[in-house]
Design a protein around this ligand. Structure first.
Ligand code: MG
Length: 258
């Protein structure tokens, strides 16, 4: 099932997306989708609504160096346990929203990632098996990074925390086999990153269980599972598309700071 958050003529709602192509519709979900999906009966043509970021997380927990070839291109070791950092919720933007290059950064890079979306009841000190039950579904993410600031600061909060530095979408796919899903980043239709989630060092359930020993994951929270090799520049004017097979494609335009 595809769950989106949409802006429609009457306001904003979560919606279940049905069908593909010209006949695709968005069926309004009553309230939120975290405790099971109940529809209101209201329905719009997909063309008549705008897709928003599929969730509004309380926090975004990210995993660094979860693909060996990416760790290598960064001149870093593969960590022996998941390497955690946070992005602020204010970094989230949706499909089609601009990513703004901050004036203080010169070297903005894309990181294509599969993102985990947490459902009810959340996850606190859960086992790997229970972590699987805590996952609502998966979406695409771009862990946009100001590489120059990341190197200069010695830690990553500023480099990864600017407004618009966490595009999410286009929707949450609840039925996805994450063992071998192709993950890809294209910049202006040129393939920059291409790998499979099978190259991950730590799998989604292990990551969620690990994070939950540290901090409670709430429904709607998002976990970014790391990027494959091939990171590279995003400049103003570029169109950046992140795809995970079985989910869809998240596209954002890069714009210069005003
Ligand atoms: Mg990353």
């Amino acid at each position: 099932m595809r769950i989106a958050r949409i802006a429609h003529p009457q306001g904003m709602s979560f919606a279940r997306l049905e069908g593909d192509g010209p006949g695709a519709t968005a069926a309004e979900i009553d309230g939120h989708p975290f405790a099971g999906v109940k529809l209101t009966g209201q329905r719009w043509a997909l063309d008549d609504v705008r897709l928003l970021a599929p969730v509004i997380p309380s926090k975004i927990v990210c995993i660094g160096r979860n693909y060996a070839e990416h760790a290598e291109e960064q001149g870093a070791e593969v960590p022996s346990e998941p390497l955690l950092f946070l992005k602020p919720s204010t970094a989230v933007v949706g499909p089609g929203d601009p990513v703004t290059v901050p004036t203080v950064a010169d070297d903005i890079e894309h990181e294509a990632e599969m993102a985990v979306v947490i459902g009810l009841p959340g996850a606190r000190k859960v086992s790997r098996e229970a972590a699987r039950q805590a996952i609502l579904g998966y979406t695409c993410a771009n862990d946009v990074t100001a590489r120059d600031l990341q190197k200069r600061d010695g830690q990553w909060t500023r480099a990864k925390g600017f407004d618009s530095f966490c595009p999410l979408g286009p929707w949450v796919e609840t039925d996805l086999d994450t063992h071998d899903a192709e993950i890809r980043c294209e910049v202006n239709e040129e393939v920059r990153q291409l790998d499979s989630t099978k190259s991950m060092v730590f799998d989604p359930a292990s990551i969620v269980a690990y994070i939950s020993q540290v901090m409670t994951l709430l429904p709607g929270d998002v976990v970014l599972t790391g990027t494959p090799a091939g990171i590279g520049p995003m400049n103003a004017g570029d169109k950046v598309s992140i795809s995970v097979a079985g989910i869809g494609t998240l596209t954002n335009q890069v714009v210069a700071s005003e």
